[in-house]
Write a protein that binds this ligand. Structure first.
Ligand code: GLA
Length: 504
């Protein structure tokens, strides 16, 4: 009897909720932007727990889970969140229901409730079938040889910055027409790239089709090619793209063949939901898988990696077959964001060269959020950085000012210089910065950047670019040779502006 009483007392004291928490919990909701699924697997040990937190886009492991009666709190470390920051959740259990919210949601993204229901007491995470079949493990990683493309940074246009989800066949044809009539093509802008939201569904054999906005991709490619231009497309190594459309996960070879049949010449491959299906050490082979698939088609297709600079992509981008790789998260049409990205490229110069380029994201020139001098800074900095020049504005309606910035042949020549050396910062005095890159003809391209709110003189000391005197100093925006005076050169630089020079 005594024993029984002790047992009953122990049972009453045991954390009942811990017992209930153990298992797999699921939330599902369909809204206009698609299906939302959250799966939580909790493994309690007394009043603490660990586990998995997964969505259709992302996956992380639970650290520091705590149970207080029917309340729980926990932190999630998402596998690809390189900031090392934990995401905090709090929840309230009631039987087999668990109401979850972000504990400290960012001000601009208020937390929505996740209403989980316990579906089993299984404590092993099983990915939802919506993510597709679990992929086979990759063979040991081996670098692949370059594909011989993009010997100069790719130039062209991309639909995302201006059109986002509104891009369609008509837009692409109008842009292709305007690339020719505006002189963009003749200035070197060759690729017309369709970004996210072209994707339709897969047929019974798994072949991807474009959606109703793009009735006939092959005909569109033919049209673009007839203008002396090339066509680019977009996909993801994950099951869905960043805008929630079908990605290439599990269909890599098939998609590469489809695109090659259409006549595609360029692929931007955007990580997005791949975080939900791959581990960190699978990012390289996941990218390489598509590189190999593209090569197997026999069609030359430029391969652009887009994964926001994760896992030091600049160090391995070429080994997976990438011709370019994004070094940052998305640009926006603001001076602050453009400057943060552009002036933040210092150190990346050692990774760029013919066939493999750092990509600080597409141009915003002409989209309206910056002044003339700020867009001139954008163009000059990207040219110095040997960045891909992908215009992101509406070419068909651009102003003469926008056109003159984008088509400045002397500036484009810097970007496309055969030596392929990316500029770096050679001096900085507060908000006055000088960036320079050596060119194939022995001269140097030099940008005198004034990031202040008012005009300022900036002096270039020729010693800092390895010269004692200059035979020729040319201003690439004024298109004029400057009188060179001795061992230094001083220019008046507008606020938020630049003077871009070629010094010989
Ligand atoms: C990500 C990329 C962008 C764009 C969008 C499309 O945010 O970084 O450049 O491709 O996805 O959804």
């Amino acid at each position: 009897m005594r024993k029984l009483l002790v047992c009953l007392a122990l049972l009453a004291a045991a954390p009942q909720t811990a017992v209930n928490l153990a298992g797999t919990w699921r939330f599902e909701q369909t809204n206009p932007s698609g299906k939302r699924i959250t799966i939580c697997v909790f493994e309690p040990r007394g009043s603490t727990f660990t586990g998995t937190f997964a969505t259709l886009d992302d996956r992380g492991h639970i650290v520091r889970g705590q149970i207080h009666g029917n309340q729980i709190t926990f932190d999630v470390q998402f596998d690809f969140d390189m900031s090392g920051k934990l995401t905090q959740y709090q929840g309230e259990m009631s039987g087999d229901d668990l109401k979850l919210t972000r504990a400290n949601p960012p001000a601009n993204r208020p937390s929505t409730e996740i209403l989980l229901h316990k579906i089993s007491s299984d404590t092993t995470y099983v990915p939802p079938p919506e993510l597709g079949p679990v992929h086979k493990p990759f063979p040991p990683f081996k670098r692949i040889a370059p594909n011989g493309l993009a010997l100069a940074p790719p130039m062209g246009w991309n639909s995302w910055n201006k059109f986002a989800g509104r891009v369609d066949d008509k837009t692409i044809r109008a842009v292709a027409d305007a690339m020719v009539s505006s002189g963009m093509r003749d200035a070197g802008y060759i690729y017309v790239n369709i970004d996210d939201t072209w994707e339709g569904s897969r047929d019974k054999d798994g072949n991807i089709h474009s959606n109703e906005k793009f009735p006939d991709m092959k005909a569109l490619a033919d049209y673009v090619h007839s203008k002396g231009l090339k066509l680019g497309i977009y996909s993801s190594p994950g099951p869905t793209t960043c805008a929630g459309f079908a990605g290439s996960y599990g269909h890599e070879e098939q998609d590469a063949r489809t695109w090659a049949q259409w006549g595609v010449d360029y692929l931007k491959y955007d990580w997005c939901s791949a975080s939900a299906v791959y581990q960190r050490d699978e990012m390289k082979p996941a990218y390489q898988k598509m590189a190999l698939a593209l090569r197997a088609t026999g069609r030359p297709i430029v391969f652009s990696l887009c994964q926001y600079g994760l896992l030091h992509v600049e160090e391995w981008g070429p080994t997976v077959g990438g011709n370019l790789w994004r070094t940052t998260d998305d640009i926006s049409d603001s001076r602050t964001r453009m400057s943060e990205i552009g002036f933040g490229q210092e150190g990346n110069e050692k990774y760029a060269g013919p066939g493999h380029w750092n990509d600080p994201d597409m141009l915003e020139i002409g989209n309206g959020g910056m002044t003339h001098d700020e867009y001139v800074t954008h163009m000059s900095l990207w040219a110095l950085l040997a960045a891909p020049l992908l215009a992101g504005n509406d070419i068909a309606t651009m102003s003469d000012d926008t056109k003159s910035i984008l088509t400045n042949k002397e500036v484009i020549a810097i970007d496309q210089d055969k030596k392929g050396v990316q500029a770096h910062r050679i001096s900085q005095q507060g908000q006055l910065e000088i960036w320079a890159r050596p060119l194939a003809d022995g001269s140097q391209a030099v940008g005198l950047f004034n990031r202040r709110e008012s005009p300022s003189p900036i002096t270039l000391d020729l010693k800092s670019i390895g010269m004692t005197h200059a035979a020729k100093i040319r201003d690439l925006w004024k298109h004029r040779d400057e009188a060179s005076a001795g061992a230094s050169f001083t220019a008046q630089v507008p606020a938020h502006g630049v003077v871009l020079l070629k010094v010989k």
